[in-house]
Design a protein around this ligand. Structure first.
Ligand code: ADP
Ligand code: MG
Length: 304
């Protein structure tokens, strides 16, 4: 059929737009009622345009009956603030040794600066976001992380004291579920508190995976600064079974921050999360593209 009142390019544009929306319908149905935990950080968070497109995606999810729960990082922003205050940090295998002075700054940056920035951004698009710091009201009970490193000379494993770097133990799921049921979007700062009221910094990937597992979320999305898991030829692996994921973390081509990220996905799926995806947060609307298109983007890890 030809529509004389439309130019060919307008017709193509409208058909493309409509088919994109129609393609989304089965996925909207499929995810309706789901809890989806999203780790947001790194590149996407520092860029104004990207953070606005992320906020719009999140508000849209809530609007169509999906329950997003956001867990954010903040490494670069914490580094900047510490530098401004002339506090230097030592790192062990990428983890910052966090003394009492440092954890105070970490807490301030995560639970005030970054958290409110994300909350405000989502609220500005019409979503009802609510900021929660993991250490407040004992939301996340944590304990000191016993971090093992191998001594390069003797090859003996030893535990390094990283200070106030924590491992999550317990989660008051009822606090998060109450916000969800009240129509709100929880935005969680990855902090924990121990039984003596000491505050701990928790790696944001770890916190997101832990929260997804405890909430029995349908999906965990880890937004990062690469396309997903790349193989030994630098090609994107688009899907991976749990068994293969366990094998791949032992390979040489998986290193740095990607190792704990895959480990987080494995742990979350062993806690009952059905799918997890590592995806590129540098792509505008990456969350929507992942959830509502046939092939999605990034690397999807499947529990079966
Ligand atoms: P984030 O800030 O999102 O947690 P990280 O830097 O901790 O990001 O982890 C992602 C990084 O992991 C990538 O930028 C990349 O440099 C590194 N990496 C190591 N091995 C791989 C791999 N096989 N595939 C993709 N990225 C990898
Ligand atoms: Mg990381």
């Amino acid at each position: 059929m030809k529509f004389d009142f439309l130019s060919e390019s307008d017709q193509a544009y409208f058909i493309h737009k409509a088919s994109t929306l129609v393609e989304a319908l089965p996925y909207i149905r499929q995810h309706s009622g789901d809890i989806i935990v999203i780790k947001y950080g790194g590149h996407a968070m520092g860029n104004k345009k990207l953070s606005y497109s992320f906020a719009k995606d999140i508000a849209l999810l809530k609007e169509i009956g999906i329950s997003p729960v956001i867990v954010h990082g903040g490494g670069p922003q914490i580094g900047k603030k510490l530098k401004n205050k002339n506090i230097s940090s030592k790192f062990v295998e990428g983890l910052r040794i966090t003394d009492l002075e440092t954890i105070k700054i970490v807490e301030e940056v995560l639970s005030k600066d970054i958290n409110s920035e994300i909350v405000n951004s989502i609220c500005s698009t019409g979503g009802k976001a609510v900021g929660i710091a993991g250490n407040i009201n004992n939301l996340i009970n944590a304990t000191k992380l016993g971090f093992e490193v191998k001594d390069s000379d003797s090859n003996i494993e030893k535990i390094v004291d990283l200070g106030f770097v924590g491992k999550p133990i317990k989660l008051k799921t009822e606090i998060i579920l109450k916000h969800i049921n009240d129509g709100e979007i929880p935005v969680i700062a990855p902090l924990g508190i121990d039984n003596e009221n000491f505050v701990y910094n928790i790696n944001a990937d770890t916190a997101a995976g832990f929260i997804a597992g405890k909430l029995k979320a349908s999906k965990l999305l880890l937004l990062t600064d690469v396309a997903g898991i790349l193989d030994n030829k630098n090609k994107l692996i688009s899907s991976l079974s749990l068994i293969d994921a366990k094998k791949i973390i032992l390979e040489d081509f998986v290193s740095g921050g990607m190792k704990p990220k895959i480990k987080t996905c494995i742990d979350a799926m062993e806690q009952g999360v059905k799918k997890s995806t590592i995806l590129d947060g540098r792509i505008p609307h990456s969350v929507i593209l992942e959830l509502f298109t046939e092939h999605g983007i990034g690397t999807q890890l499947l529990s079966e």
